[in-house]
Ligand binder design. Structure first.
Ligand SMILES: NC(=O)c1ccc[n+]([C@@H]2O[C@H](COP(=O)([O-])OP(=O)(O)OC[C@H]3O[C@@H](n4cnc5c(N)ncnc54)[C@H](OP(=O)(O)O)[C@@H]3O)[C@@H](O)[C@H]2O)c1
Length: 259
């Protein structure tokens, strides 16, 4: 897919996979709009990208854990005079915690940032993409979205929602010129595990570079797949969970953490 002289909005761009999306899209010639809460981190990523690629990189500090986040973000970008051709919904947050010990706020925040926000951003930005008849929408799911994950049930269920929603949407907009894809990483080296309190025991990590390369390579295909899983061992696990009894899958999910 061509990204030259386009503009890409990336949420969760202050670190990890989102920051890497911004780097690789800018290397392919896109200007980038970086969204996250940590202003210093966003500014640092933006400066690095501009120095490296010469592309414009706009840091837009924004807390997505608010009502109508998609509409408000669109208004902010409109006020800045920024129109986007590509949207990457990468902001995400998870907590490893027993459900009964999780507070109302912790539960709601995970549903909001991982499911409602990408849905709202998609609703707010997709009409412009469809009107232009080009561009891409990438929602970042997770391997956990394909299985029940004890201790991370809310996060995994929110990612399952995002995967199913994105797959259905991709079919709705087929033929429009806009590529809609859900990318599901397995364990990836970023601050996510530390922030979520997830054990790294038994996890086989990919790097954000590998994950994003997989996504962009898929978008380069003449007919990009709707669902993309990063990493060959994760693709094997994805197939296995459809055939194994739920009890076995639960034990697997418990012993092999996959944020
Ligand atoms: N790492 C993994 O093993 C793994 C595996 C599967 C899927 N994923 C998914 O990959 C995506 C990126 O995660 P990552 O691994 O790159 O972890 P990360 O480094 O922790 O990145 C998470 C990003 O989300 C942003 N974010 C979180 N809450 C936000 C809020 N309320 N408002 C705005 N931005 C918010 C963070 O920015 P601020 O902190 O600046 O707000 C940060 O940029 C997530 O959707 C995650 O669920 C990760």
């Amino acid at each position: 897919m061509q990204f030259e002289n386009t503009t890409a909005l990336i949420t969760g761009a202050s670190s990890g996979i989102g920051a890497e999306f911004a780097r690789q899209l800018a290397r392919r010639g896109a200007d980038v709009v970086l969204v996250g809460r940590r202003e210093n981190a966003l500014t640092a990523v933006a400066a690095e990208i501009t120095a490296d690629t010469g592309r414009k990189a706009h840091a837009v500090p924004f807390d997505l854990d608010v009502d109508r986040a998609g509409v408000l973000l669109k208004e902010r970008l409109d006020a800045l005079g920024l129109t986007v051709d590509t949207v990457v919904n990468c902001a995400g947050v998870g907590l490893t915690k027993a459900f009964v010990e999780s507070s109302e706020q912790e539960i709601h925040m995970q549903l909001q940032v991982n499911a409602e926000v990408p849905l709202g951003i998609t609703r707010a930005f997709l009409p412009d993409l469809l009107a232009a008849g080009r561009g891409a929408l990438v929602n970042v799911g997770s391997m956990t979205g394909y299985m029940p994950v004890p201790g991370m049930g809310v996060y995994a269920a929110a990612k399952a929602f995002l995967i199913r929603f994105t797959e259905a949407l991709a079919h709705e907009v087929r033929g429009s010129g806009v590529m809609v894809m859900v990318l599901s990483p397995g364990p990836t080296r970023s601050g996510f595990y530390a922030r979520s309190g997830t054990s790294t025991d038994g996890a086989r990590f990919q790097t954000p570079e590998q994950v994003v390369r997989t996504a962009l390579k898929a978008l380069d295909r003449r007919r990009p797949p709707v669902s993309v899983i990063a990493g060959s061992s994760n693709r094997v696990v994805r197939r296995l969970v459809d055939f194994l009894p739920v009890r076995t899958v639960l034990r697997l999910a418990e012993s092999r953490p996959a944020a």
